[in-house]
Design a protein around this ligand. Structure first.
Ligand SMILES: Cc1cc2nc3c(=O)[nH]c(=O)nc-3n(C[C@H](O)[C@H](O)[C@H](O)COP(=O)(O)OP(=O)(O)OC[C@H]3O[C@@H](n4cnc5c(N)ncnc54)[C@H](O)[C@@H]3O)c2cc1C
Length: 377
């Protein structure tokens, strides 16, 4: 006997985590992913997994794999000025009764493989190259029309289809859309230099550079740069534009720039978009999770962490309440303030990085978020 039949739209980090949690809670789960296969939607760069992400991954049963294949750091990070002078250290937070590192770095393809395996092992099904064309929310079911002309009924549908969500319009007012925040993020995998053993943040005049360990021998460089969305550098302009942004840096960022910044094809440049949906995160039998309902910019390394937590909490809320409606309301109530704090603090950091928020204390704000995230889910 299953608890119900569920369709999850989107096989990203949030969709796979939700699928695993729901299948482990005895739901009959199908995931549809528009991309052709497991790796087509992921850029091969890394991801920061803060301690609260690790707690949620432990609940899904995949913590050890993430730590074994990643770089569990002894501290969250440290900040330096543009000349390479040390400014602050950030120990990170602790979670009572848990033996978890403050941060783990991992490549995105490895995380995707781990979550895909967990989804399948929990008994859920994943269909790639599959899209829906319409959803009809009935009182007792949702009818889903698929692009191949077929249709099927589900007890509920989870929109886990990211920042450009197609499911969102069935739940929220169409006016609620993500906004470009005026920054884009360069990212580039590099060999791990020994001093990159935690998140290294280096403040420059044109934005924030950072280095993150994601394996014994692997790290990545990121740079949050202020730029218009249209006309962003691309192709053969990537190395030269990033070199220009990093031209003032001494210390570890300068060393990495001079040693490893050579190939345009190695660099990913992504626009940073933000969204926080107020009000209910469900309508009838359709519910949203992850970037579809709270798109989080990278400044605190928390976007994927929140998508994973959403999945864990959604399954728990449904199990501990007596109806779908109560479960969805319980889920939103447990998630809203955490996500809002991260969306808003990330935006404040972005403003400060680009010189538009004087007097802001980046270290204190980050430490506060890390403390709050260590509270029970
Ligand atoms: C530059 C950058 C760096 C970041 N770094 C970090 C970090 O270090 N740590 C962290 O925790 N977070 C980070 N984030 C945030 C994180 O990547 C996102 O918050 C996270 O991926 C959201 O997960 P999701 O599953 O909601 O959405 P996504 O990861 O976007 O997944 C959505 C999936 O749905 C699929 N899809 C979309 N539409 C459809 C459709 N109609 N039908 C079927 N499938 C569909 C997509 O192909 C995709 O696979 C970063 C974000 C950016 C932009």
């Amino acid at each position: 006997m299953t608890r119900g039949k569920v369709l999850i739209v989107g096989g990203g980090i949030g969709g796979l985590s939700t699928a695993t949690a729901l299948a482990q809670a005895d739901y009959d789960v199908r995931v549809i992913e528009q991309q052709e296969d497991m790796h087509s939607s992921i850029f091969g760069v890394g991801i920061i997994q803060p301690i609260n992400a690790l707690r949620a991954l432990k609940m899904l049963g995949v913590l050890d794999k993430c730590l074994d294949q990643g770089f569990p750091a002894e501290a969250w990070g440290a900040t330096y000025d543009v000349d390479g002078n040390f400014k602050h250290s950030m120990a990170g937070s602790k979670i009572d009764d848990e033996d978890l590192p403050p941060m783990n770095g991992l490549t995105r393809p490895k995380l995707h493989k781990i979550l895909t395996d967990a989804t399948l092992e929990a008994g859920a099904r994943i269909d790639y190259a599959t899209k829906f064309t319409d959803l009809t929310n009935h009182e007792d079911r949702v009818t889903v029309e698929f692009a191949d002309g077929s249709s099927e009924d589900y007890d509920f549908v989870v929109g886990a289809d990211g920042v450009r969500s197609q499911v969102r319009r069935y739940v929220l007012d169409e006016q609620i859309q993500p906004k470009y925040i005026g920054q884009s993020a360069y990212r580039l995998n590099i060999p791990r230099e020994p001093e990159i053993d935690r998140i290294i943040l280096q403040e420059g005049p044109k934005g924030m550079a950072g280095l993150v360990p994601i394996g014994k021998d692997l790290a990545y460089l990121f740079f949050n740069a202020e730029m218009p969305r249209e006309g962003r550098p691309q192709g053969a302009e990537l190395v030269s534009s990033l070199r220009e942004y990093l031209s003032d840096y001494k210390g570890i960022t300068g060393k990495v720039r001079d040693k490893y910044l050579n190939e345009d094809a190695d660099i990913v440049l992504r626009p940073e978009e933000s969204l926080m949906a107020y009000g209910e995160w469900h309508k009838g039998r359709v519910v949203l999770i992850g970037d579809a309902v709270h798109a989080i910019t990278p400044h605190l390394g928390q976007g994927a962490a929140q998508a994973i937590e959403d999945g864990v909490v959604l399954a728990d809320s449904l199990v501990r309440t007596d109806s779908l409606e109560e479960g969805f309301i319980d889920y939103t109530e447990r998630r809203f303030e955490r996500c809002k704090l991260i969306v808003e603090t990330s935006l404040a950091i972005a403003q400060w990085e680009t010189g538009h928020l004087d007097g802001f204390d980046n270290v204190a704000a980050t430490n506060h978020v890390l403390e709050v995230m260590a509270q029970p889910l």
